[in-house]
Design a protein around this ligand. Structure first.
Ligand SMILES: Cc1ncc(COP(=O)(O)O)c(C=O)c1O
Length: 399
């Protein structure tokens, strides 16, 4: 058995160097608290980057997954039906009011499905050159070629040219900019209702409503990327429900499986019949384990107590952050976000603050260059928020 530093050295030897990990191996967890292999405890406001929605050691999720393991079957492929994915799909359509679900394994793949859906829809409605997709500047949609092309940030494209053709970028929250990009070849507009990696920036209500109208006028699909902001993260099962703007398709992942990798594209009636057998597929998509996790998570999202808890904790976190911003007006430029997806924009480098919090026992992650992000498990309690704020306060005091 290797010790922690031997494991990390071995990881460095054998992993493709795509990440710059902190020297931490989480060994176990309960609620919002994790313990590393050295016995140190941390309060986790990263939650596996907005994934571990139910925190750690959640009894309900544990039994849903154990039930699958007990059967001896974790995967069968989509050559056959599986009851877990069927339950999850039923829950997702009930929660969203949309019609159909395609399961995959990640956020990027959910967006790939969305891009393919958009082009097939465009071809059917407007002809074979109706390929054009408009996404937003500063957006983030994942790392596969379609998703990274849709990502409106140059830094993610560098060294990987050529990108996918016919994706253009409009200014987020600027309706004129979107309208100016639309032409007869446009088949879809892709938007994160709350930009995540781009710095925790919520869309304006009038912007989303305006884009919805444009899509209706021009027969364009409106696709929301709710990979980060969906599944209860901002206080409603789907993020679009906060804005009361119905998209034609929504991509999901992260919180959907509460820690088990699963993604989904939920499709509304306009494009519900667009995909035909053979158009798109995933070997693993919605397999027994993933399906059971998604079925469990989507059943939780039907509990009003759970949603009330998220909203109460969100209000508490927001006031705590605003309070901190009043204490440190020279360090904190802005507090923004929705629900349990909050960010503080700092006037100083975020790296040392995140490191200071790490040393103090609080896990945090950035979102873009100047923003520290707060995406704790949705089961976070006020005491957890108090503890997190105390650690952050003590770090900011020294800045
Ligand atoms: C809004 C959004 N879309 C897509 C993705 C990509 O998800 P994944 O890493 O599961 O492919 C992310 C990941 O951070 C995201 O925040």
């Amino acid at each position: 058995m290797m010790n922690t530093s031997e494991y990390i050295a071995t990881g460095k030897n054998h992993f493709a160097p795509t990440y710059a990990q902190l020297p931490l191996i989480i060994a176990k967890g309960e609620g919002c608290q994790v313990t590393d292999t050295e016995g140190n405890s941390y309060l986790d406001f990263v939650a596996g980057i907005a994934v571990n929605a139910l925190g750690y050691g959640h009894e309900g999720l544990k039994s849903a997954l154990s039930e699958v393991l007990e059967t001896g079957v974790t995967h069968t492929s989509n050559l056959y039906w599986n009851t877990y994915a069927i339950e999850a799909a039923k829950n997702l359509t009930k929660l969203s009011g949309l019609e159909k679900v395609f399961f995959c394994n990640s956020g990027a793949e959910a967006n790939e499905a969305a891009l393919k859906l958009a082009r097939k829809y465009g071809h059917a409605k407007k002809g074979a050159d109706a390929n054009k997709i408009i996404s937003m500047k500063n957006s983030f949609h994942g790392r596969t070629y379609g998703a990274v092309t849709a990502t409106g940030q140059q830094k993610y494209h560098k060294n990987f040219a050529p990108m996918m053709p016919d994706i253009t970028y409009a200014d987020f929250n600027d309706l004129e900019s979107v309208a100016a990009k639309i032409d007869k070849r446009t088949c879809a507009i892709l938007i994160e209702p709350v930009q995540g990696e781009g710095g925790i920036k919520p869309a304006e209500l009038s912007f989303l409503k305006g884009v919805r109208d444009l899509c209706d006028q021009h027969d364009i699909l409106l696709i929301f990327d709710e990979v980060q902001c969906g599944m209860g993260r901002i206080g409603t099962p789907f993020a679009f429900q906060q804005f009361d703007v119905r998209p034609d398709a929504v991509s999901l992942a992260k919180g959907l499986g509460a820690g088990v990798p699963v993604g989904a594209l939920v499709i509304g009636n306009k494009a519900a019949q667009t995909f035909a057998p053979g158009d798109h597929a995933s070997t693993f998509g919605g397999n027994y384990l993933a399906g059971a996790a998604a079925a469990y998570m989507t059943s939780k999202l039907q509990e009003s107590d759970f949603l009330a808890h998220i909203n109460e904790s969100a209000d508490y976190l927001k006031s705590a952050l605003l309070q901190l911003a009043t204490t440190y007006p020279n360090l904190i430029n802005e507090v923004r976000g929705m629900g349990l997806m909050m960010g503080i924009e700092l006037s100083i480098a975020i790296g040392p603050v995140i490191e200071g919090c790490f040393d103090g026992g609080l896990l945090l992650v950035g979102a873009g260059a100047h923003v520290i992000r707060f995406v704790p498990p949705l089961i976070v309690e006020k005491v957890d928020i108090d503890k997190a704020m105390a650690i952050l306060d003590s770090v900011l005091k020294d800045c």
